[in-house]
Design a protein around this ligand. Structure first.
Ligand code: PEP
Ligand code: MG
Length: 747
């Protein structure tokens, strides 16, 4: 077989472009294309398989196989050689297809007579669209040049698919980005929302995959890469960069200056691709590699290359990040990932957020939680599938997003939202009533907050106060350390908005995984158990003292409640408390007013503190159980690890037994005790905590209604007996017995 030259390739691409330009239906175009490719590659067969749904490929056009098989032959991802190409995102090239591992005989196609097989993925920037196959009777391996040529063609097909070139309403083929897709991710923040997609980084649309004049295209790509290099250099020369940002930009610079990258793109252009399509071809190849690389560092670098390719595409197409498109009504933000500051900027405009990456403890999740926006994380490939304006349902409770849902799904989802709204209305009617149980015990229900914007919920939810004000956000969303005066102003506004209700300010819980953009990151193998929270505060007291000063200034004579996160032993509390007292003394000596009442408490988040000496319980003004951390350390189950985080139940009787011990220790010294982890906001868990003796719970504002409603129906002594029965029966968890009992409870 003669070697294919660049001009052969260019000729073929030009003919493909003509097909695209002609007024024909999607199926006709596909048929013409398979004919052209078989003709140009000198093979008897050329077939195009496209994804029918994310798991199923369908033969959509063929030259050489039986025409009856078109739209009949289907295979699952990974099934047969075609499925293998799609799954692995790499070519399969064999001289003897029937003997190849995984070969599947499809009698309807008549393909057994073809010995050689070459299949390449049709993909666009990591998005799998289908598989392009050529086959011939002669047993031979295809050359590297031929593989490359077919990959270039596949790239053009990918762009054409994206542009909807093969779609028409009457040929039974449904376009990509039009079908309903359900994403099974994980819960970042509970709640349900319906809205329209707003892509954080809109996709760049390439309308000209094929170019006539390689020299012009090479000039364009060189010029664009030149601009890219200058822009990276400009960024690098900024004074405000920290070490991390510098490192990323250095990696960008390395890629931008890489001769290999530019050379490969120039080769793609020589074969007939436009500059844009060449960038995407290399980007797709990098993405495909990214999926298989286990090394986290390398994956990061490949991400960098991906980012850089997007920048280059924007330079080439003139499509900036700001496309000028108007945000749709009820926007649902869809992104690979997003920083806390950017998310905060969108603020409460957003109905929901769906992320491809992210984690429960990520900064974005913290912000979403503070804004009470439903958040689904780990929605793989959502940014490739979603288009701006697409209809989307976000089910934060289940960790699911429905993109372009069928009407039946949307209707069921709306019913769910309506039920939740109805329930909220029911809860609203309880707002001004106390959380008074049937047995006459009142439980104080406080709310957790972290933003100024949370404070209106204090009135709306009927919370008795703020049981936990997380102060991290103000530190996380800035790119430099906030100043004392700024913090003092904010804290004062929080206190003003609380109108005399108690606000428990927790000092900075930062370090390890929650790294401040302007702080040197520590490479710790186990960040949750690392140098965090009060450990950082005591080792580097500058920030702790500054924060305490800001709080003291903010109170301006009013009462102040401060608590320290992650206290593990008595002496840590003593030292932290001494810092507060020293600052009070200092403020007084400077002539400033100091709080008329001062409460200094500790969060109990590590089991060790439950066994601290009596002196600790006597000294501290209160203890607040940080159940999220306490549970992870009690069960040794990482709260951010999806695999294990739901494995253990808070109603596990060993854990409840431990909580009882803490209650007993606090009772012995008369130390006020509260619980402020997420579990306090789950009605059944809250009920169990109250039955064990907790009288103060702090939770998300939205949970106050449901928790109050259940507490008001219950008799705590009865619940206590149910828990004791479960324990006596040797159960692991009190949940089944408790749920059974609750199902008999009258309204
Ligand atoms: C906790 O650990 O329960 C807690 C309230 O603190 P955070 O979730 O901020 O770690
Ligand atoms: Mg905690």
């Amino acid at each position: 077989m003669p070697e294919r030259s660049d001009s052969d390739s260019r000729k073929l691409l030009r003919r493909l472009r003509d097909v695209l330009g002609a007024q024909s239906k999607g199926q006709e175009r596909l048929d013409q294309i398979t004919h052209l490719i078989a003709d140009s590659m000198l093979t008897e067969v050329c077939s195009i398989y496209l994804f029918r749904d994310p798991e199923t490929l369908e033969l959509c056009a063929t030259e050489g196989l039986k025409p009856e098989a078109v739209h009949q032959t289907r295979m699952k991802l990974g099934e047969g050689l075609v499925g293998r190409v799609a799954r692995s995102n790499t070519p399969v090239n064999t001289a003897d297809a029937p003997s190849e591992k995984g070969f599947r005989y499809m009698p309807e196609t008549g393909e057994e007579i073809y010995s050689s097989f070459l299949g390449v993925p049709i993909q666009r920037v990591g998005e799998k669209l289908g598989v392009l196959v050529v086959q011939s009777k002669t047993a031979r391996q295809f050359s590297d040049d031929e593989i490359y040529a077919l990959e270039v063609v596949a790239m053009v097909l990918a762009e054409m698919t994206e542009l909807g070139a093969f779609t028409s309403d009457d040929d039974g083929m449904r376009a990509l980005h039009r079908q309903p897709v359900m994403f099974h991710g994980a819960t970042g923040q509970e709640g349900a929302a319906e809205g329209h997609v707003w892509l954080h980084e809109p996709r760049v649309v390439v309308t000209n995959p094929v170019a006539d004049d390689p020299l012009t295209e090479i000039d364009r790509i060189r010029e664009a890469v030149g601009q890219l290099r200058v822009s990276v250099d400009d960024l690098l020369s900024l004074q405000s960069l920290d070490k991390d940002q510098k490192q990323v930009l250095e990696a960008y610079r390395m890629f931008a200056n890489s001769r290999g990258w530019l050379r490969r793109m120039e080769e793609d252009i020589q074969s007939g691709l436009s500059a844009e399509a060449a960038v995407e071809k290399e980007q797709s190849a990098a993405r495909a590699r990214l999926e298989t690389v286990p090394d986290a560092y390398l994956r990061e670098r490949l991400h960098d290359l991906d980012d850089l390719s997007n920048r280059l595409l924007r330079i080439l197409t003139g499509q900036g990040a700001d496309t000028g498109a108007a945000m749709p009504e009820n926007p649902v933000l869809v992104a690979r990932n997003i920083g806390p500051a950017e998310l905060l900027e969108y603020g409460r405009k957003l109905r929901g957020v769906v992320l491809e990456d992210g984690s429960v403890g990520s900064h974005a999740a913290i912000v979403a939680r503070a804004l009470a926006i439903p958040l689904v994380i780990h929605a793989r490939r959502v940014t490739s599938e979603a288009l701006n304006g697409d209809h989307i349902l976000v089910d934060g409770d289940q960790g699911i997003a429905h993109l372009r849902p069928e009407e039946t799904v949307a209707r069921a989802f709306r019913d769910k939202i309506a039920m939740q709204t109805q329930a909220q209305q029911r809860y609203a009617s309880l707002r001004d009533l106390p959380a008074l149980t049937r047995c006459g015990t009142t439980i104080a229900l406080h709310m957790n907050a972290g933003l100024m914007a949370d404070l209106p919920s204090l009135d709306g939810s009927g919370a008795d106060g703020v049981g936990l004000f997380r102060t991290e956000l103000q530190f996380l969303v800035r790119n430099k350390m906030p100043r004392r005066a700024e913090l003092a102003t904010l804290y004062a506004r929080v206190m003003d908005a609380a109108k005399g209700k108690r606000v428990a300010f927790r000092t900075l819980d930062i370090g390890s995984d929650k790294v401040l953009p302007y702080m040197k990151p520590n490479d710790e193998p186990n960040p949750a158990m690392g140098w965090r929270a009060i450990r950082v505060g005591l080792d580097k007291p500058g920030v702790l003292r500054m924060q305490i000063q800001a709080l003291l200034r903010a109170t301006n004579g009013r009462p102040l409640t401060v608590m320290f996160p992650f206290v593990s032993e008595f002496s840590e509390f003593q030292h932290a408390r001494a810092h507060v007292l020293r600052e009070v003394h200092r403020e007084r000596s400077l002539g400033h007013v100091v709080p008329d009442q001062l409460e200094i408490g500790a969060m109990l988040e590590t089991p060790s503190l439950a066994f601290a000496p009596d002196a600790f319980f006597q000294l501290t003004d209160f203890v607040s159980i940080g159940g999220n951390d306490l549970k992870q350390f009690f069960f040794a189950a990482d709260r951010e690890n999806e695999r294990v985080r739901r494995r253990y139940d808070m109603l596990n009787l060993s854990f409840l037994g431990f909580i009882e011990q803490i209650i007993a220790r606090c009772a012995a010294t008369g130390t006020p005790l509260s619980f402020c982890g997420e579990d306090a906001g789950r009605p059944v868990e809250a009920l169990a905590l109250a039955a064990l003796g907790l009288r103060n719970l702090s939770m998300r504002p939205a949970s106050i209604g449901p928790v109050k409603a259940l507490l008001r129906r219950a008799d705590l002594a009865q619940i206590r007996r149910v828990i004791d029965t479960a324990r006596a029966n040797g159960e692991d968890s009190a949940r089944p017995t408790l749920m059974e009992f609750l199902s008999t409870l009258s309204d």
